[in-house]
Structure formats: structure tokens, C-alpha cells
Design a protein around this ligand. Structure first.
Ligand code: FES
Ligand code: FE
Length: 394
């Protein structure tokens, strides 16, 4: 019996969440139309990305008063800024006059944000400071930039565009607190950023990042140090923990004997180690993910942070940062090419796979197949996705 009625639009059939749960119950992958429907994509941006915590950047990118960065939250542009009192603010990047984007750059430093159209000026905390030639009675206090929620976990800054109450970020990420604490992520700095354009639906990109069923066959650099045997055996060296309705998952990564970092050689790529590893703590590698789009993996000498930014039903931008110890110097303590090699190669291999899947699931001949024992995190994602969509009545 088929569980996949193909509708003209995924939104015209039964509720998306129910279809996902029906596939989940049978241990099947999802139907192809959930990856190829522009109308569903638009609903997902509202129901998922504009309702959840989305990673924006590292605190070191917002070290000084007036520093800002912009982030795409389900298609909505948001500014994260630091004001003169040192507070962080999440601001909707839309002018309160006639709607121009206030800033059109990924990051920078301002005294005030000045709208390029008619020069309304906003302080870094969003208050309107100046608006030329407005009529008598115009009250600037009525027109601050609209706000979104901000939260910081271990120096990683998140925003949440949800209009109402939001889940507590600290509570959502409580489970990996202890695991990630020794890396002292808050003190790290961004050594390198790479932005990848992937011609695939955001869910395919996320699913790919959740399983290593494909690793042996596709990631020769990654499995030089990642211990696939221990991973597949599911022994104690790989302890997967879920929380927050499976939106958060964290784990230690099993490395091969003798390896202390996820690098080409298993040896550190940076001579300066992160946090307590610099003081001799026994090395380990660990990951913490928060759906829908944040993933991080930290080794004693460097960390990598992924931010998935959906752009259309078949296009996803993946922004990747490599973090190192605050005092680590490029060309002295690490070589950027060496630092990024394993993940950059692995990423490119993954994107090629995701793009191939995108083309395949668009075929009318595609019928979702059964998930393997090594794809339980993909099933976990289906569960979270169904929950988020159901909460929006979808
Ligand atoms: Fe921004 Fe007019 S639209 S000042
Ligand atoms: Fe992969």
C-alpha cells in the first residue's frame, strides 16, 4: 500500500505533519513533493525558520559598540547589533518609514544605522534618532526598529523571529552544556568563513548532516580520523542525546585510535588549543546541533559551526565558520587551508550528494525507501519537523 498520494501541491493534500508521521511510522523517507513545492517552502519559512532559534554569529563578531551583522531568518532580514551599553539587540532590518532595508551588508560597525532612502537614523539599539522634515507632532519614540528575540549560548548568538513567547534557548541547549563547556567556545574567534550555495532543499541538506550511513563511501578525508567502526557499533564512544522535542541533539564523536582532532592526520591543525584543552584536559571531539539549521562540531584545537539558510525550495546557502583559540595566529599557529581541509572536502562531497538527491526526488518515479539503522537521526528530524509544522496547523 502506498502512503504517498502525490498532490498538485503538498498543501492541498492531508496535513503535511500527518503525512510525515505516516512515513515515520513505516520507517520510510519522505515523499518527493515535500522537497519540490514552492508553496510548501513559503509555509515552512513561516512555520519553522521564523518560529525557531536561528544561529546568527559568534560574539567575537560583535565585540564593540556599534558592531552589527545581518542574518536571513526564513527570508526575513534581521540585524544583530551591540549598543553602547554593551547589550545585544535583534532588530528587523526594515525601515519604519517606507520599508527600505536599513543595511544591505553582512556585517559592519555604525554609530547609527542610516536608512539609505530618506536618511532616517536609528541607534544600534533600534531607537529612532533622526527623521528629517517630519510634520509637527511626529513622535520619534513611536518608530523604533521592530525587535526580534536574541539569545546567547556559549558565545554563539541566536535570534528568534517568533512574535510571541519563545522557548528558552538556555533550556533547549542545556543537555550539551557540560559536553561543550571545556571548549570555551565563547572565547574563541572566527578564523575562516565559507559560504556554500547548494542546489537542494534545506531538509535534504539537514538530513544529510544527520547521518553517516553515507560516510564510508563518500568521505575519504573525514573517515581518516572519524571512527566509523565505533560509530556503527554504537558503543559507548558515541553517546547520542536528544532533547527539546528532538530539536537538540549532541554527541561525542569517536575518533580512531591515536587521533586527537578531526583533521587529515588526526593531529591538531592549530597549535593553540581551545579552552581547558590548552591546560591539558584529555582531548575529545563533540557535536551539538539545534534544528532547524544550526550544527557545530568541536575538536580540542578548532571548531566548525554550520548555519543552513534556505533560499528557495531547491536552493540552500550553507554558511560555515571555523573557530580557533583567541590567541591563535594564522600562518603561525595554523594554516587556514590545513584547518579547513577535512570539512571543506566533506562539505563539497555532501553538497554534490544533496544536489543529486534533489534531482532524484523530483522524479515522478521516486518512491520513498526505508531508512537504515544508521539513519535514526534523520527519523528524529522528521519527528521534529512534523511537530513544528503541526504547531502551525500544517
Ligand atoms: Fe527609510 Fe524612507 S524608507 S527613510
Ligand atoms: Fe556527509
Amino acid at each position: 500500500m502506498s502512503v504517498t498520494p502525490i498532490a498538485a501541491s503538498s498543501l492541498n493534500a492531508e496535513r503535511v505533519s500527518e503525512r510525515v508521521l505516516a512515513h515515520l511510522e513505516r520507517g520510510l523517507a519522505l515523499p518527493g513533493d515535500l522537497y519540490t513545492d514552492p508553496a510548501l517552502f513559503a509555509e515552512e519559512m513561516r512555520a519553522v525558520f521564523q518560529r525557531q532559534w536561528v544561529y546568527a554569529g559568534h560574539v567575537s563578531q560583535l565585540a564593540n559598540a556599534g558592531d552589527f551583522l545581518t542574518v536571513d531568518v526564513g527570508g526575513q532580514s534581521v540585524i544583530v547589533s551591540r549598543d553602547r551599553a554593551g547589550e545585544l539587540h535583534g532588530l528587523v532590518n526594515v525601515c519604519r518609514h517606507r520599508g527600505t532595508l536599513i543595511v544591505d551588508t553582512p556585517c559592519g560597525n555604525v554609530r547609527n544605522f542610516v536608512c539609505p532612502y530618506h536618511q532616517w537614523a536609528y541607534a544600534p539599539d533600534g531607537t529612532l534618532r533622526g527623521a528629517p522634515r517630519m510634520p509637527a507632532g511626529f513622535d520619534r519614540e513611536q518608530y523604533p526598529l521592530k525587535r526580534v528575540h536574541t539569545g546567547v549560548w556559549n558565545g554563539l548568538v541566536f535570534v528568534n523571529h517568533s512574535p510571541g513567547e519563545v522557548d528558552d534557548l538556555g533550556a533547549l541547549l542545556e543537555a550539551p552544556d557540560e559536553l561543550m563547556a571545556p571548549f570555551d567556545i565563547a572565547s574563541a574567534r572566527v578564523a575562516h568563513t565559507e559560504v556554500y550555495e547548494v542546489a537542494a532543499n534545506w531538509k535534504l541538506v539537514w538530513e544529510n548532516s544527520q547521518e553517516c550511513y553515507h560516510c564510508n563511501a563518500n568521505h575519504p578525508e573525514f573517515i581518516k580520523t572519524f571512527d566509523m567502526k565505533a560509530f556503527v557499533a554504537d558503543d559507548d564512544s558515541f553517546s547520542l542525546t536528544f532533547s527539546g522535542d528532538r530539536r537538540m541533539q549532541c554527541a561525542t564523536f569517536p575518533l580512531r585510535s591515536g587521533a586527537v582532532s578531526l583533521t587529515m592526520t588526526g593531529q591538531p591543525a592549530s597549535r593553540q588549543l581551545l579552552g581547558r584543552f590548552g591546560s591539558g584536559l584529555a582531548p575529545y571531539t563533540a557535536a551539538a546541533h539545534l534544528k532547524p539549521g544550526f550544527a557545530s562540531v568541536f575538536s580540542p584545537d578548532y571548531g566548525i559551526v554550520f548555519m543552513d539558510v534556505p533560499k528557495s525550495f531547491d536552493r540552500t546557502e550553507v554558511r560555515v565558520q571555523w573557530l580557533v583559540a583567541p590567541g591563535a595566529e594564522a600562518g603561525v599557529d595554523y594554516d587556514v587551508e590545513n584547518l579547513k581541509r577535512v570539512w571543506d572536502q566533506t562539505n563539497r562531497q555532501d553538497w554534490a550528494l544533496c544536489q543529486s538527491v534533489q534531482r532524484g526526488v523530483a522524479s515522478p518515479d521516486f518512491e520513498p525507501g526505508p531508512l537504515s539503522l544508521d539513519e535514526q537521526s534523520v527519523a528524529g528530524f522528521y519527528h521534529s519537523y512534523a511537530t513544528m509544522m503541526a504547531a502551525a496547523g500544517l
